[in-house]
Design a protein around this ligand. Sequence first.
Ligand SMILES: C[S@@+](CC[C@H](N)C(=O)[O-])C[C@H]1O[C@@H](n2cnc3c(N)ncnc32)[C@H](O)[C@@H]1O
Length: 252
Amino acid sequence: MRGTEVLTRTGASVAGVAQSAAESATAATTAGFRHLAWSWAGVPSGPLGWVSSHWTMPRLHSQLYKVMDRELALQPDDELLEVACGSAYFLAKYAGHVGRVAGLDLSDVQIDLARQRLADRISAGTAEIVQGDAGTLPWPDETFSVVTVMGSFECFPDPEKVLTELHRVLQPGGRAVMNIGEWVEPGTQTHRMLDALWVWSEEDVRRMVEQAGFTDVAMSYASTAVYQLDEFLSKHMGGIAADMRTVHATKA
Ligand SMILES: C[S@@+](CC[C@H](N)C(=O)[O-])C[C@H]1O[C@@H](n2cnc3c(N)ncnc32)[C@H](O)[C@@H]1O
């Protein structure tokens, strides 16, 4: 083998090792970031989840709650289910006048706080907080007059299953008011960010909701920006963290 050939081959294998080391480092960083983000807000757990559920999430979602309050237009005779209710901040602050409320969430930290927030109503028998998976709701068919989800749909591994369950537990004539993702640039394909969070095109959301059996599907968009960070993310991440998408639908 000639000297130049040895040098070329050695250079190629050093480059190959460097490239795979860089790829491994990137994968590890992505996995680490994903883990942190998931315990922070996906399914809050551990110290990060505690801080998020007790402190940051209610603040970061303050505008989201206001928009959902307006869109839901809850009435005293409603029977409301919030799936992925988190710490029940919305149920406690905006659904105090609603006859019966129920919330379901997967996270221990969130469930503990939700039960504390609604302790009086749980004792009075007008509220129920259940730990469980959004894809398998523990209520019989046609239990609720209104179902809602906010700030959470992006986390569900099988969103179609959740929609089917929401439709099942809704009474005929009942309404679903759901925040499903956010505005995206026209032409954006539905995909998952960091292998975890769904980003949906409007057409795919409509298709999913209709396939679950809902009718009268309508969508609107509203800003939930609380801090300038939201504006920055929106500008640099193709619409992510931009205007939230609210989906209204009914069960015939
Ligand atoms: C960003 S938080 C939003 C919580 C609440 N909706 C709010 O706005 O305050 C997302 C919530 O979805 C819950 N979650 C994620 N995946 C879930 C699943 N498969 N079933 C039930 N809850 C889930 C998490 O535990 C977390 O509390």
